[in-house]
Design a binder for this molecule. Structure first.
Ligand SMILES: [Zn+2]
Length: 224
């Protein structure tokens, strides 16, 4: 290998390994959903993605995650303020009919003049990122929560088991990206006392449910 430094050689080997990995993942049925992600289409994106999040094959988020940012001009939802998050706040939509796409559409609906938004919405099918994670969104109901955390909205529509599985996967994915443990998770309730994420909080009506906040955190923890 004359003329090629050891470092360069290592890089080439790694790239060949990653390409092999990409090819074998492409053949797996369970990764069919992932192929909607831009990074899965091209080996170059895939390698960049894997390098960035530094995770091994088989631990990749199987929920398709789409970035579909709302316009920067929509400052009532996307103020453009720089965010360096310390926490991930979990919400649920309190709407039994809306999908992630419906929630995304609502953000840009001219009839929606509320100063309220979110970063990521997840439903039984996919996750949509509406605001970059390094920008503030108005989700926590208080300045402190908005300035310290990014957010996931869990949709209350569709198959509840599937939605929660997807929410767990997506939560794990982002905790990994930030190299965080479950201690970085917050409920919306913790910031302001609001009954949110209502599908996980143990209110009087749901006191017998097994899918509690503690359950959610434990499931995320198992997959981290
Ligand atoms: Zn909330």
């Amino acid at each position: 290998m004359k003329g090629i430094t050891k470092e360069k050689q290592e890089k080439i080997t790694k790239k060949a390994e990653l390409l092999d990995m990409w090819e074998s993942l492409n053949k797996l049925e369970e990764f069919s959903g992932v192929k909607n992600n831009l990074w899965f289409y091209h080996p170059e994106y895939f390698i960049e993605h894997l390098n960035r999040i530094n995770i091994a094959a088989g631990k990749i988020c199987t929920v398709p995650i789409r970035e579909d940012f709302i316009p920067k001009t929509l400052t009532s939802k996307r103020p453009g303020t720089k965010l360096t998050p310390s926490f991930l706040t979990i919400h649920s939509t309190a709407n039994s009919k809306s999908t992630a796409q419906n929630e995304r559409d609502w953000l840009v609906n001219p009839g929606n003049d509320r100063k309220a938004s979110w970063h990521i919405a997840v439903d039984e099918k996919e996750a949509i990122v509406a605001i970059p994670l390094d920008e503030v969104a108005y989700h926590a109901g208080c300045a402190e929560g908005n300035a310290q955390s990014f957010s996931i909205e869990i949709c209350e529509s569709g198959n509840r088991t599937k939605v929660l599985q997807n929410a767990i996967e997506v939560t794990v994915y982002y905790l990994r990206e930030y190299n965080w443990g479950t201690t970085k998770l917050r409920t919306h309730n913790l910031w302001t006392g609001k009954d949110c994420p209502q599908i996980l909080l143990n209110s009087e009506q749901r006191k017998n449910q097994t899918e509690t906040w503690e359950w959610f955190v434990a499931e995320v923890g198992k997959k981290l």
